[in-house]
Design a protein around this ligand. Sequence first.
Ligand code: ADP
Ligand code: MG
Length: 321
Amino acid sequence: MTSEFDIIRRHFTRPVKRALLGVGDDCALIAPESDAQFAVSTDMLVEGRHFSAGTDAARLGHKALAVNLSDLAAMGAEPRYATLALSLPDADENWLAQFSEGFFKLAAAFGVELIGGDTTRGPRTISITVIGAVPPELALRRDGAKAGDEVWLSGCTGDAALALAHQEGRIRLDAGALAHCNARLHTPVPCVALGVALRGVASSAIDVSDGLVADLGHIGERSGAAIELRFARLPRSRALKTCADERLAQECLLAGGDDYELAFTASIDARAKVEALAGKLGLTLTCIGSVGAGEPGLVSVYDGNGKPIQIASKGYDHFGG
Ligand code: ADP
Ligand code: MG
């Protein structure tokens, strides 16, 4: 019989370099860093809610960490440490080996040390807490957007939602488009380098996890500002361009979620800096709208002629309609 302690030792104990003490004691020990604040965030993935039973374990290990690192990216923080709380229906060695492989591969790519966690039997649930470092006063918060700022988006939205739409039979993607969209859905890459580069440039930032309109609404609420989004400016991936159902395309772009891109605001004066860092990082950064003085939190979407677009759904809300 595999015990809880076998699982931890075999699959989740790795040497640490930065931490003072890693897995194995009652607590991990980490040292404060000079000239840095710690940014801390937790994200949970629940089977049946965030992923379906039978989801590839390696991809799940990757995604569970990736969605957390995306929060650090949105804060402009550099990843340092993670803890992992796992609830599992059984001690499936194969599943554990694959899950930890997916997790540690991404952790290594972003310099994250796993320093602790908890392991228990129960419905399959993965809860990760990440800790990152950011210089004092330079964290990218949601509450810094000012009327007159421009709204920017990295990459493009909609691909993950398009993969789901294919799964649900709402669209048939060709093999190339499907492979691209599935990769975006299952193995998102957090925008850590962009977040770091936006320190001192962006006035606010958020990662797009629940849907572009919903997440921009969070910036608006926290900043006490309204957001005006220009739908025609939203970049579309090659896969999304093959979608002939414009209603579905619009839904994916505006409310799809699971994008893990960064949406941020910056003053008009910062435009040259934003464009320069897009070139430096080899990323597409697109100005998709502006911050207005209207009702705080309100996101208005306009078409190419400046006419308001009514949208059915803003994004995902676990307890909303
Ligand atoms: P405690 O009983 O004090 O909560 P545990 O027996 O739960 O301790 O855990 C023993 C050690 O293993 C601790 O250092 C804990 O942080 C670590 N740990 C437990 N589960 C995991 C996991 N899934 N990933 C990483 N570390 C873990
Ligand atoms: Mg414990």
